[in-house]
Design a protein around this ligand. Structure first.
Ligand SMILES: Cc1ncc(COP(=O)(O)O)c(C=O)c1O
Length: 491
């Protein structure tokens, strides 16, 4: 909110003083009032610029400004009416006056706009009916018909043998590690450029993460860095128990070389497809390339159950075992008997109902997110000074988040850019800070793309994610483009 006293002025100021006040007030407008504090007129920075261009001296007090009645609103006028006034008169500021015509506040267009968020839930038509079924049949439990059906339907959709619905994607990664026998002191390789949830479960098992850099073509795990890492681990006689490969922002990793390298060293692969449900690699669904794959249905994902995850595999025994661990590892005995450590990781039957409805609109959500990205990229945002995350020709990304990097030679600071977007009520975020740079993992080994080039460091330093929700209106997308370009031009 603009501090009114900084922009209210009285007669008798010279051009230099007006320019200084305009600069201080940082509102691109001054409010000229009479001796009783009543609004006489508004003075815009354009008015002052035109005086300068006309050669008016800086010390001149008698300024000839064009006659113009100020566009104002009375106290109590609602948001919609003020927005209409702004549109009608093509102005970005409206002074709000009391009944004596004294300014009480200045409203800017940007203060009235609703916030545009990065990625919000987008429900379809059928979620509620599946939830209602759960209520009608009293299946309000972490098991039930919706859970069974959601597992079956998701497995069918991605073309995998078996699936276990869980409380989160993180839980799915944790169980995947347990199923592969990861224990204290074991090594687990993991993509570095990702959300911390990809690697936290390695720590739950007291194992040691080793981080692998990205390649520039996909921003995903660099096969070259993976090869070097496994070569060294083999030489040292301590190969990892698993490799966690993350598919970033909706795009699949380059699995042909990654699978070949893992097979060469006989290390099982876990595919973290939390962000890439709906994407494909050479026609095969993302999430189905590893011994085990995981998805997340967190609120910000392409489809959501408000919170939830899925573990998938072609190995029926592994998934059966996952369900066992996810329900407190209860032995088949007539009483409560436990031999192994278990977890409370199952998905609720109510939330699985949301998942069933969401699964039916997955393709639409992919198309809608891709359309947001295309609108952005077709607009030429940032000219040559901003490059979008590349989409490799081997697959189809969902463009879960539209993201890109500012030119390393340019003047744009990613953090300041995001702060400026926030001033316009538009949420943008930094690219994940690579895990090898996190204090939590300071002791961990790291293999960059090549000896002198850490690709993920560069992407983090210069990258941002933009609002990408499948439910964004065209007007919201246009607002993002316009604001992005205005801020970009100001750097
Ligand atoms: C790459 C990645 N892995 C794992 C997760 C964890 O999923 P969840 O939030 O469902 O635990 C997320 C997202 O939250 C993610 O983006």
């Amino acid at each position: 909110m603009i501090e009114l006293q900084r922009i209210i002025i009285r007669q008798g100021l010279c051009l230099r003083e007006l320019l200084a006040r305009m600069d201080e007030g940082s509102a691109e407008i001054l409010l000229l009032v009479d001796e009783d504090g009543r609004l006489v007129r508004t003075i815009t920075d354009g008015d002052l610029r035109r005086l300068l261009l006309a050669g008016v001296a800086l010390e001149e007090v008698k300024l000839e400004l064009p006659e113009k009645a100020p566009i104002t609103a009375l106290e109590g006028t609602d948001r919609e009416q003020i927005l209409d006034l702004m549109k009608q008169h093509d102005v970005n500021h409206i002074p709000v006056l009391d009944t004596a015509r004294r300014p009480v506040k200045l409203v800017r267009a940007r203060d009235l706009e609703l916030p545009i968020l990065l990625s919000t839930p987008h429900m379809g038509d059928q979620e509620l009916s599946f939830i209602n079924q759960a209520f009608d049949t009293n299946w309000i439990a972490p098991l039930g018909p919706n859970v069974d059906a959601f597992e079956r339907e998701l497995a069918e959709k991605v073309g995998v043998g078996h699936a276990a619905a869980l409380s989160s994607g993180t839980a799915a990664i944790h169980l995947a590690l347990i199923l592969l026998g990861v224990e204290e002191g074991d090594k687990v390789f993991c993509s570095s450029l990702t959300f911390v949830a990809s690697a936290n479960p390695i720590l739950y098992q007291k194992a040691m993460p080793v981080f692998i850099d990205s390649e520039p073509e996909t921003w995903n795990m660099s096969p070259a860095a993976l090869q070097r890492g496994l070569e060294k681990a083999a030489r040292d006689g301590c190969l990892p128990k698993a490799v966690i490969v993350v598919n970033l922002y909706g795009q699949s990793s380059d699995f042909d070389p990654i699978v070949a390298i893992c097979e060469k060293y006989n290390v099982p692969l876990i595919e973290d497809a939390a962000e890439s449900l709906g994407a494909s690699y050479k026609g095969q669904a993302s999430g189905t390339f590893g011994k085990l794959g995981i998805y997340s249905f967190n609120g910000n994902k392409i489809i959501t159950t408000s919170g939830g995850g899925m573990l998938v595999s072609d190995d029926a025994a592994l998934i059966e075992k996952a369900r066992f661990y996810a329900t407190q590892a209860r032995d088949p005995a007539p009483w409560y008997q436990h031999t192994s450590i278990g977890f409370n990781y199952r998905m609720s039957n109510v939330l699985a109902g949301i998942g069933r409805g969401q699964l039916r609109v997955l393709e639409d959500r992919v198309d809608q997110r891709r359309a947001v990205f295309e609108r952005y990229s077709d607009s030429g945002m940032g000219g040559g000074g901003f490059s979008w995350m590349p989409e490799a020709s081997f697959g189809r990304s969902t463009r879960w988040l539209s993201c890109g990097v500012f030119d390393t030679e340019g003047a744009v600071d990613a953090q300041r850019f995001i702060e400026r977007m926030a001033e316009h009520r538009i949420e943008a975020r930094r690219i994940w800070k690579p895990l090898h740079l996190q204090p939590l993992f300071a002791e961990c080994e790291y293999f960059p793309h090549n000896e002198n080039n850490s690709v993920s460091d560069q992407i983090f330093a210069h990258g941002i994610c933009l609002p990408s929700g499948s439910n964004m209106t065209e007007r919201e997308q246009e607002r993002v483009i316009k604001t992005f370009n205005e801020i970009f031009a100001g750097f």
